[in-house]
Write a protein that binds this ligand. Structure first.
Ligand code: PLP
Length: 393
């Protein structure tokens, strides 16, 4: 019924379930359990639950289900399962489908916790993982084997903003029957075309642009009904990674404004990146929609905008980067992204600290690199703040 609506309309209306009171704003069903009319009804529900029949909040909850239905409608997938955090979504998507002896190919430019799951956890349970340069389709082709069960990538990598050709990787993976799992956080659900480009499973940290206002942790796995309800849900509902109803409600309200926020933030990000490119204090200005970005064409094809994050490589290494951070006034030092408040992060000493010096060097995470999540402040104020801080370097 909702399939002809544009994603913006879906962000406001899809998935809504009204109670008998006809409330305008979605209700928070802050309940762990559900009461049955009879023992027979309880028994029947444990055998098979209908779409509006719930058992226990770890299994499902009406507010959580509204969020799942809404994000699936926006993303263009059949279904979704909401998780307690983005990392619960990444680990749940991968662990629920893999077993000892399976082979996985992954891009090596990953957020530190994603790398930990692939490098430390999956391998500990006997999964064979091959890492490749995600931007090199020949490397994917060489690594994917007949027994490859899944490929994993961040469509835009954290924090160096490499853009991976999703369609190209999906064609290579699908030729061998492998499932394509994409962490699409940096592309954002507002600009995502992941499902139409061939991603089978699309994962988000809802903590980022979906909440977008720095309040709650959350995550979501989007995919086919078969994958979500037969593979992801059984794993997550039994291992305890489900989203709380309160956080689901915050995410639902966040979705209503997500497109407007992301569009404004991406417009400011492009404005700032273009203005800073070539600055004498910078070695590199990274942003997927910049003419100088090596995968600009791929970014323009697979993302409706360049995203809300830019990365700046400051000349002079860690000392210079710290002087820059400490001189910022509006932009806050923190390690989240996608927030309405602009945030600057020094990945080498925070989010990517656990990587070895060699791994960081290989991924282009220099000591001078700053990841800048552009918020909703006035873009001229932000540019002023960044320029003033660069003067202090
Ligand atoms: C690309 C990416 N994936 C996953 C996550 C994890 O999300 P969460 O903090 O909600 O677990 C992050 C968080 O920074 C991220 O940047």
């Amino acid at each position: 019924m909702t399939k002809d609506w544009s994603p913006r309309t879906k962000s406001v209306h899809s998935g809504t379930r009204r109670s008998q009171y006809g409330e305008m704003s979605e209700a928070i069903f802050l309940t762990q359990g559900f009461v049955y009319d009879s023992a027979e009804q309880a028994e029947a529900r444990f055998i098979e639950s209908g779409p509006d029949e719930f058992i226990y909040a770890r299994y499902g909850n009406p507010t959580v289900r509204m969020f799942e239905d809404r994000i699936a409608a926006i993303e263009g997938t059949e279904d979704a399962f909401a998780t307690a955090s983005g990392m619960a979504a990444v680990s749940g998507a991968l662990t629920s489908m893999l077993k000892a002896g399976d082979h996985v190919v992954s891009a090596k430019a990953l957020f530190g916790s994603c790398l930990y799951i692939l490098e430390e956890i999956l391998t500990r349970f006997g999964v064979d993982v091959t890492f490749v340069d995600g931007t090199d389709l020949d490397a994917w082709k060489a690594a994917v084997r007949d027994d490859t069960k899944a490929v994993f990538l961040e469509s835009v990598s954290n924090p160096t903003l490499e853009v991976i050709d999703l369609k190209g990787v999906a064609e290579i993976a699908h030729a061998k029957g492998a499932t394509v799992v994409v962490d699409n956080v940096f592309a954002t659900p507002a600009f995502s075309k992941a499902a139409e480009l061939g991603a089978d499973v699309i994962v988000y940290s809802a903590t980022k642009h979906i909440d977008g206002q720095g309040r709650c942790l959350g995550g979501v796995i989007c995919g086919t009904k078969e994958f979500i309800r037969k593979t992801a849900e059984p794993y997550l509902k039994h291992t305890g990674g489900s989203l709380s109803p309160f956080n689901a409600w915050v995410m639902l309200k966040g979705l209503e404004t997500m497109h407007l926020r992301c569009a404004a933030q991406a417009e400011s990000a492009l404005f700032i990146a273009e203005a800073l490119e070539g600055h004498t204090k910078l070695d590199r200005t990274l942003y997927p929609y910049l003419d100088s970005h090596p995968q600009q064409a791929v970014a323009k094809e697979q993302m409706g905008a360049g995203g809300t994050v830019i990365s700046l490589d400051i000349k002079g290494g860690k000392d210079a980067a710290f002087r820059f951070l400490n001189a910022l006034d509006i932009v806050l030092i923190s390690n989240n992204l996608g927030d309405s408040k602009s945030i600057a992060t020094h990945p080498a000493t925070t989010t990517h600290q656990r990587l070895s010096v060699e791994q960081r060097a290989e991924l282009g995470i220099t000591d001078g690199l700053i990841r800048m999540s552009v918020g909703l402040e006035d873009k001229a104020d932000l540019l002023d703040d960044i320029r003033t801080a660069l003067d202090a370097v």
